[in-house]
Write a protein that binds this ligand. Structure first.
Ligand code: SF4
Length: 473
């Protein structure tokens, strides 16, 4: 499904490289491959060993950078960031990486995730005299580092990280080293690659394929990795860890050509489609998927059910980028612009429409109506994940409880609201089985909070949802 239609948005993507003569250009390509994780802003900070230089702006990677601008970013190391559009706009001051200059040197910082105790820490830091330049929770880390009594940056960082709760995949860079840190639950994906002698880090492995880097390994929960001219050095910083990688990365967010903890995203989605077909058992003439993220699941569904897969919905790729629409009616107009039914495929047919998730239900209703208007005899909606009943506090803008249709309505009520002939959601067990991550005792190693309500971390009374971040200030 198209992120901007669904109301389900990834927060960001990060990329970094240490020790390559074309660091800025490689980071540009890396960020371009992570563009699906955020379209509001992009930035790159380069280090030439003596000075950090930043270039960032609002918009897509191709809008922020051009050949001339990249050429001016000299250095053999870089970190970059793509940021997703928040409802409040955000502004240039919230585009990352952040660059902090002090007498002791510079520090650049890029973050993917959401710190659930950011508000509490912010109040504490402000009471101690810190002045925040942005409304981003990311800046909290910089202030914690600065206020730590430790002497080395390594100790300052480790101490600061232990105070953060929630989801974070951090890239930090100084003139002499790059530091990579993942929260103790490993909620967001983060991988290490290598290109020649240079190490690179990315939110998704698809970034390595684009630049011709070899995948080395995933960053582990609670791990701090330091990369400098001597190589790569790893040390744990968390007292205890418990893997809880975001399940929605497999279902919807990550690119199909990425691998998360050794599992290819397309393959996982296809298996979810197969499992869904076994659970749904619906008699129909054609299976179609909502482009782009539901195509893999639809192919799996069709294969398993023995019903032909057809291109029943087409995405118009030439519609310009639109930010999240503020009102329901505008959102509906957006759907019309971006998706079109293929009459020749669906007319007179019993159609199974596979989608990866239902957030507010508005888009599903529009698509069902669209298929009926194009002559579909029956429309059966099959969702390749369980009902999303709870908001995400870990960097995914899944809306509030009030906005999530499944938090207030039964499956039958939702079916009626979206106007489908039938509605089937994949079960939690079926989804886990399809993704196929090895179990660790009773632990599945995945976060399922938006489906089950069991959050892997403490949630604070003043935890801020991603789309509410602008209110914090
Ligand atoms: S709550 Fe859902 S979207 Fe958020 S990290 Fe967990 S699985 Fe992912």
């Amino acid at each position: 499904m198209l992120a901007e239609l669904k109301g389900l948005n990834e927060e960001c993507g990060v990329f970094g490289i240490w020790g390559h003569p074309d660091a800025a250009k490689i980071t540009y390509y890396g960020l371009h491959s992570l563009q699906h994780r955020g379209q509001e802003g992009a930035g790159i900070v380069v280090s030439n060993g003596g000075r950090l230089q930043v270039l960032k702006g609002e918009g897509l990677v191709t809008e922020v950078f051009n050949e001339g601008k990249i050429e001016k970013l000299h250095g053999k190391s870089a970190i970059g960031h793509v940021r997703y559009a928040t409802a409040g706009g955000g502004g240039i001051e919230n585009v990352q990486p952040f660059l902090f200059n002090s007498q002791n040197g510079s520090l650049a910082l890029a973050h993917n995730g959401n710190i659930v105790n950011a508000n509490a820490l912010k109040h504490q830091l402000e009471a101690q005299g810190s002045i925040f330049q942005t409304s981003s929770d990311t800046e909290v880390l910089a202030h914690l580092i600065k206020r730590s009594g430790y002497l080395s940056l390594n100790d300052q960082l480790k101490n600061a990280l232990t105070m953060l709760k929630g989801a974070y995949a951090f890239l930090l860079m100084t003139e002499t080293e790059m530091m990579v840190a993942l929260d103790p639950n490993g909620l967001r994906p983060l991988s290490i690659g290598q290109i020649g002698d240079a190490y690179c880090v990315a939110s998704e492995t698809c970034a390595f394929d684009i630049i011709g880097a070899e995948f080395v390994r995933d960053v582990m929960p609670g791990e701090l990795i330091i990369i400098d001219d001597r190589g790569l050095h790893s040390e744990p910083f968390a007292l205890s860890t418990s893997s809880a990688i975001c399940t929605m990365e497999y279902v919807y967010f990550s690119r199909p050509d990425s691998n998360i903890h050794g599992i290819n995203v397309h393959t996982a989605r296809k298996s979810m489609g197969k499992q869904l077909a076994m659970e749904a058992q619906i008699d129909a003439d054609v299976v179609t998927g909502v482009p782009d993220s539901s195509i893999s699941a639809a192919i799996g569904y069709a294969e398993s059910a023995g019903i032909p897969y057809e291109l029943g919905l087409i995405k118009n790729r030439y519609v310009g980028r639109t930010f999240i629409q503020p009102s329901q009616s505008l959102r509906e107009q957006g759907v019309k612009m971006k998706l079109a039914p293929v009459r020749g495929v669906v007319e007179g047919k019993r159609v199974i429409m596979v989608d990866d998730s239902i957030v507010r239900g508005t888009t599903s209703r529009r698509i069902v109506t669209m298929l009926r208007e194009a002559g579909a005899k029956e429309v059966h909606v099959c969702i390749s994940s369980p009902p999303m009943k709870n908001p995400c506090f870990y960097g995914i803008d899944t809306s509030t409880h009030e906005e999530l249709i499944a938090s207030k309505h039964s499956v039958e009520e939702i079916r009626e609201m979206i106007g489908a002939d039938s509605l089937t959601f994949l079960s939690v067990d079926g989804m886990l089985k399809a993704i196929g991550r090895p179990q660790d005792g009773n632990q599945c190693g995945q976060c399922l909070a938006c489906f089950t309500g069991n959050y892997p971390t403490e949630i604070y009374p003043d935890t801020v949802l991603p789309h509410e971040k602008e209110l914090v200030r």
